[in-house]
Design a protein around this ligand. Structure first.
Ligand code: CO
Length: 296
């Protein structure tokens, strides 16, 4: 009797264990709850006044998805380093995804807040895919397209651009917008957008800091048209460092200095596209499409 008791107990424990694992196997997939999150990814900014553009887009995301946790990530290592020195800790997309994985998110919609699908967007796409389907990790990740990714975005943005122009501007005055520009083939989006915009507003120009169309080309066009006044507006999500220095700064190489020297009066408008509802609606629609692709 004394010898048999532990054996019976062991058999009992084994049977309970067997039943438990069977229950897990049959109902395991239903037992795991889904947890959906949104990750907003931008280049980032270290300019405090530019933050309101991100707040604006963050509010719009919360309004569209009131029950979904929203996280932010900055792709720029330089900006994250700069902000960390001020005590503001921002994640890279990879760290943010690792954190979300650790917090048990099963489905994540990653929304690119970039303007064009350039190198940063494609890097984000690649790394987001690497995070999908890890053991015990996020099951499904969908990446939303940046602002300009299809012809419909160009059509909508061509209308949205007109909303950024100050009311007092007269048709014979120019609007010169500054995009970032890239050596990536997606640089073509800027010229594609300006083609559409000029159908409605022939004196609106879009140039870029880094690539074609350059400010010298735009300057020649303004001179040819005998334009004497130009509104300078960034075509970037926030009016950050490029808008405040390369576009409207006092450095002789800024667009303001170059055009002023050519006899064109410049009026800078320091607002990013993320501060304007018609642009934010495009990003939100791309996010909605990403959330739909999560498939639940
Ligand atoms: Co730059």
């Amino acid at each position: 009797m004394k010898k048999n008791l532990p054996v019976g107990l062991l058999i009992g424990i084994a049977m309970v264990f067997l039943l438990f694992t069977q229950a897990l196997a049959s109902g395991g997939s239903r037992a795991v709850k889904t947890k959906t999150g949104i990750l907003l990814v931008t280049f980032g900014t270290s300019v405090p006044q530019a933050q309101r553009a991100f707040d604006h887009i963050g509010d719009a995301v919360k309004a569209a998805f009131p029950h979904t946790p929203v996280r932010w990530a900055y792709t720029s290592h330089m900006i994250r380093k700069k902000l960390a020195k001020q005590g503001r800790l921002l994640d890279s997309p990879e760290i943010a995804l690792a954190r979300m994985m650790d917090e048990g998110f099963t489905h994540v919609a990653v929304q690119s807040l970039h303007t064009i699908p350039g190198k940063e967007f494609h890097d984000l796409l690649l790394n987001a895919r690497r995070f999908e389907g890890m053991a015990g990790g996020i099951k499904r990740i969908a990446v939303g397209q940046p602002l300009l990714s299809a012809d419909i975005d160009l059509a909508r943005s061509a209308d949205a651009v007109l909303k950024m122009i100050p009311e007092q501007r007269r048709p014979q005055e120019a609007v010169v917008m500054m995009g970032h520009g890239t050596s990536h083939p997606s640089n073509a989006f800027y010229a594609a957008l300006v083609y559409r915009v000029q159908l409605n507003d022939p004196n609106l120009f879009i140039g870029t800091v880094e690539e074609f169309p350059e400010i010298d080309l735009i300057k020649r066009q303004l001179i040819n048209r005998k334009i004497t006044k130009a509104y300078l507006i960034p075509l970037m999500s926030v009016a950050g460092d490029h808008a405040r220095n390369d576009l409207s700064g006092d450095d002789p190489r800024s667009w303001k200095s170059i055009l002023t020297l050519a006899g064109i009066e410049c009026v800078p408008v320091l607002k990013g596209t993320a501060e304007f509802a018609p642009f934010v609606e495009i990003w939100i629609d791309h996010l909605k499409s990403a959330v739909n692709r999560l498939g639940h």
